[in-house]
Every structure is written in C-alpha cells, then in structure tokens.
Design a protein around this ligand. Structure first.
Ligand code: FES
Ligand SMILES: [Fe+2]
Length: 358
C-alpha cells in the first residue's frame, strides 16, 4: 500500500463537494430491513424499490412503473416479482416486465431499470452508476464487516444534511469533547494531535489519534474502566461513503500491540453514509465487538448508546445545514485537527473530477 503524508494546512481549505459519485457501491439498506415486503428508498436522488427474492437475494429496481409512473413500492409481491398496484404491470427482479393486463404481448420498453446489488455483512449495497463498472470485490472496507468472531449491532437514521457534513463530522472527532461531553468526549480528544495518511489508489483516508494515560470517557467509566486509560482511535474513510473507526480502550500501561485485535476493549464502529439528495443522508451503523459475544444486554446497551450519540451529531449537522441553506456556505478557517476531513474532501473532489458523478 502506498501511503503519502498529508500536508494540508490551515490556508488550504477545499470546499466540500456538492456533487455525488455514482460509480460506487452505496449501502441501500440493512439486511434486516429487507424481506417479503417492498421498501422504497431514495438514493442519490433516485427512487428505488428494494426487496428479497424467495432465495434471499436482494433486488433493487427503479421505483417507477413503466406504464404510468406509479411507485412500485406501493405495489405487492407476486412470488419473486413485484406487481404495480395501479393497473397490474408485473416486473421480475431483473426489471423485466413479465405481465401486463389484457394482452399477451409485452412491449420491450416496459422494463424498468434494475440495479446491481450485493449483500455483505449486515448491509445491502447497490450500484447506481455504469453497470459495466460494478464489481462486488470493489466494495470498500475489506473484511471488516464479515470477520468471524465479531458480533454487530446495527441501526439506521435519516439525517437532514448533505453527506459531506457527516464526513467532516466523522473525520474530526475533536467534536467528541464538546458535542459528546457526557458520553465519550474528554478534553484529551480535542487536545491530542492526529496523524493523517492517504492511500490515493485505494481511495482511503486514514487518521489516528493515540492517547496514553488519559481520562476514561464517561460511557466507558460506567462500564468499569477507571481512569487513567490508554485510548486509540484509528479511522479509515473509504471514499465515497464508508467510515470505519477502530476504538480501543485499556487501563493505562496495558502492554498492547497497538494493532493487536485481542488487546484492550476493541470496538469496530462502521458508518455508511449514503446520500438521499443534496439535503439528506441515510446513516447506517454497524457496531462490532469481539468480546462478550453472548451478552444480549450489552448489545442492547451498545445500540441505545449509538442512537444517543448519533442524535447529538444529527442535531449539530442539521443545524449547520439549516444555517448554510439560509446564509450560504460558510467561509472556513481550518487548523491541524482538520487535516483528515480536508483530505477526505479532496479525495471526493478528485473522484468527481474523474467522472461518474451527478
Ligand atoms: S402505473 Fe403501473 S400499471 Fe399502470
Ligand atoms: Fe459524533
């Protein structure tokens, strides 16, 4: 892997891109959301209907009947097909129209667009761009979501802001000190410098913050991890939409290999940020742990605390979005702690420049 040290400075603040990359895999749904029913979901401004075939494989079709444009998500299932509930046109999982009322010949143009889908780990991914470029091995994040020995709790929130406000939010965790002060924020998070690296070929921005002998954050202290603790935050943003944070906490001085999976309390925090449109984002999460795998109460607690944290972030980014809508984008002053967020903006902008955006 080629890595180059970032040299972003406070005088170089690229604006967050406003366009979206289409030639990319995006999370369309939690696997647990899909079943026999029809799920309507808007992604990159396109309305989709999602469901599972009887063999379990996911389907994503354009949510617009070819006859008069009625939403297929308001229709019903006919085995592996979906029937429009207006006049009964029926489409299979490939988008082919297999039945129309009152005649046996079916116009070829009656097909609706079908989009490539892949289920990996707890997420169902969809590709809206050039279908010839869709390769499932290109799904970002490697094995982080499918490793054996990890248990994930998952969830979903829709947030009323542009996707890039959430990229900024996640790449600059110094906000934990202020926005999440009662949960995971401590003064040391904002005070500790980050290290940023970029792998341009793989389109990943890495950022790390390692804190030694610091205050245990309130949420961990409640679990019995008393101060001082060693705490690491190792982040990877797989452009354009997947964010993985390895959070490790251990009693200060615990002899740990910093990259060892088995040392300390290690949680994998995965967020998938899928644009709805310019003012809204689907926010999927999967929080994984490799300890206490059978502890259902711990799972419930992790799920609740994740929703509580996201509510705090959502309040902040939605406020930013409303002000931006009213007054225009802000003129910004960047500091060292912004290096990773700025690198992510540059990565998104360069992907848009390469094409496959809208
Ligand atoms: S609009 Fe769907 S069948 Fe007429
Ligand atoms: Fe946050």
């Amino acid at each position: 892997m080629k890595e180059a040290k970032m040299r972003a400075t406070s005088t170089s603040t690229p604006r967050a891109p406003t366009e979206f990359i289409t030639d990319a895999w995006y999370v369309a749904a939690l696997g647990s959301e899909l079943g026999e029913g029809l799920l309507g979901r808007t992604i990159l401004g396109r309305n989709l209907v999602l469901y599972r075939r009887t063999d379990g494989s996911p389907v994503a079709l354009r949510d617009r009947c070819s006859h008069r444009g009625y939403p297929l998500s308001a229709g019903c299932r006919q085995d592996d097909a979906v029937q429009c509930s207006y006049h009964g046109f029926t489409f299979d999982g490939a988008g082919t129209c297999v039945s129309v009322p009152g005649q046996t010949s079916i116009p070829k143009r009656a097909a609706v667009q079908a989009y490539p889908t892949v289920e990996r780990g707890p997420f169902v991914w969809v590709w809206l761009g050039d279908p010839d470029k869709a390769a499932s091995e290109d799904i970002a994040g490697g094995t982080v979501l499918v490793d054996a020995g990890w248990r994930f709790v998952t969830g979903y929130v829709r947030i009323a802001c542009h996707q890039t406000l959430l990229v900024d939010n996640l790449m600059d965790l110094s906000h934990e000190t202020y926005i999440h002060a009662t949960k995971i924020g401590t003064p040391e998070v904002a005070e500790t410098p980050i290290t940023t690296n970029v792998d341009r070929d793989a389109r990943v921005v890495y950022a790390s913050r390692h804190m030694d002998a610091v205050t245990s954050p309130p949420s961990y202290a409640e679990l019995g991890l008393r101060s001082p603790v060693d705490r690491w935050q190792d982040m990877a943003f797989h452009a354009p939409s997947l964010y993985v944070l390895h959070s490790r906490v251990a009693p200060a001085g615990t002899p740990v290999e910093r990259d060892a999976e088995t040392s300390a309390v290690h949680v994998r925090i995965v967020y998938a940020l899928t644009p709805v449109d310019a003012g809204n984002t689907h926010y999927f999460f999967a929080i994984g742990r490799d300890f206490a795998l059978d502890d259902d109460r711990l799972s419930q607690g992790m799920e609740k605390s994740q929703y509580d944290l996201i509510a705090e972030d959502a309040a902040a980014v939605e406020l930013l979005q409303r002000i931006s809508d009213a007054e225009g984008p802000p003129s910004e002053v960047s500091i060292k702690i912004d290096t990773a967020a700025l690198a992510a903006r540059r990565m998104l902008a360069s992907m848009i420049n390469e094409g496959g955006s809208r």
